[in-house]
Design a protein around this ligand. Structure first.
Ligand code: SF4
Length: 331
């Protein structure tokens, strides 16, 4: 607005139109003068969410959306209907450079990062589609949010703003595979966001295989950064742990995990792996999951087993394209 020599408060009005009401043309902004609307039209454009397809789970509690970006790239987002509200899982990149073994997003490498508007559009598009308010967010779709730091933070600040959807920072979860410098940078923002770290293994040798970035940022550095995050933000961390039968699900692993996470304010989310029969990848039995959970709980670790969301549409737990694919796990 300064560049157009327009009063500052107009910026707030325009932001409200775009970020709260999802306006996709300047014409809709009826509290701006016709002259200003025309000038804006010649200087700028507003992106709009373009839903290519949607898939609803049989239970109806999950809908997976595929959005087309302006250059034809596709990204996935997931709507999850909880008792307490509607939650959306967004993508921050097309593809991903980190190649975690349990994830399909990294298979083709990073294609490109999304800009803040493209991330925002996923939420607006879903809100408009269902005609209901979104009350929480998980930034856990394709891509590593801390590898697209600036756009992700701009998105978060806009969506949490009064001119945006006013979603409280406490209702936003940002997921990382463990980029230590990114965790430290995020902690310094002082925002009460929930940080979710994809852990999946209690020791370096196993985690090196499952989450290769561990070779660069080993567990000792990751846990120290996590501890500092808790201290600086006052928020507990969520550690995501995908349980794979015969790989990381034994009582020994559970005890090792207790040792690793002692003295850190956290919550452990156990995720039974999706089965891939031909590769011998399968989730542990119910008894094994219960045993693992009980060992953690008897060591004072708050633990949940993640509810299955839309497994029939490959959107289990809002993980979008994250699923164990045949051939991705060799051990
Ligand atoms: S889990 Fe996250 S960081 Fe790892 S490959 Fe998948 S999208 Fe990338």
């Amino acid at each position: 607005m300064a560049g157009l020599a327009v009063e500052k408060y107009r910026a707030q009005q325009i932001a409200t139109w775009i970020f709260k009401h999802g306006a996709t043309t300047f014409e809709e902004m009826t509290n701006l003068s016709k002259d200003l609307r025309q000038r804006l039209e010649t200087k700028s454009w507003i992106s709009k969410p373009d839903i290519k397809t949607r898939l609803q789970s049989k239970r109806g509690d999950t809908v997976k959306y595929l959005f087309v970006l302006s250059d034809g790239q596709l990204v996935e987002s997931v709507l999850m209907r909880h008792d307490y509200g509607r939650s959306v899982c967004v993508s921050t990149q097309v593809g991903c450079r980190y190649g975690c073994r349990l994830c399909a997003s990294g298979l083709g490498g990073l294609v490109r990062s999304l800009d803040a508007g493209e991330i925002y559009d996923q939420v607006l598009g879903i809100e408009k589609d269902i005609g209901e308010r979104i009350s929480s967010l998980v930034i856990m779709g394709s891509g590593e949010p801390l590898d697209n730091y600036r756009a992700t933070l701009t998105f978060i600040k806009n969506i949490a703003a009064p001119y945006g959807l006013n979603i409280g920072y406490r209702h936003i979860t940002i997921s990382t595979c463990g980029l230590v410098p990114g965790i430290r940078r995020l902690a310094a923002e002082g925002l009460p966001l929930t940080l979710a770290v994809s852990l999946h293994a209690p020791n370096d040798s196993l985690r090196d295989q499952l989450v290769p970035i561990n070779k660069k940022y080993p567990l000792s550095e990751l846990i120290t950064a996590g501890r500092d995050y808790v201290r600086e933000t006052g928020r507990r961390i969520t550690f995501e742990y995908a349980l794979i039968a015969g790989v990381n699900d034994s009582a020994v692993h559970a005890r090792e995990l207790c040792g690793l996470l002692q003295d850190i304010l956290c919550h452990v989310n156990l995720i039974p792996a999706n089965p891939v029969v031909e590769r011998g990848v399968k989730p542990p039995t119910k008894q094994q999951i219960e045993l693992f959970k009980s060992i953690l709980e008897s060591n004072m670790l708050t633990t949940t087993v993640r509810r299955e969301f839309g497994a029939d549409i490959n959107a289990a737990c809002g993980q979008l394209r994250r699923r164990i694919l045949p051939g991705t796990l060799k051990m």
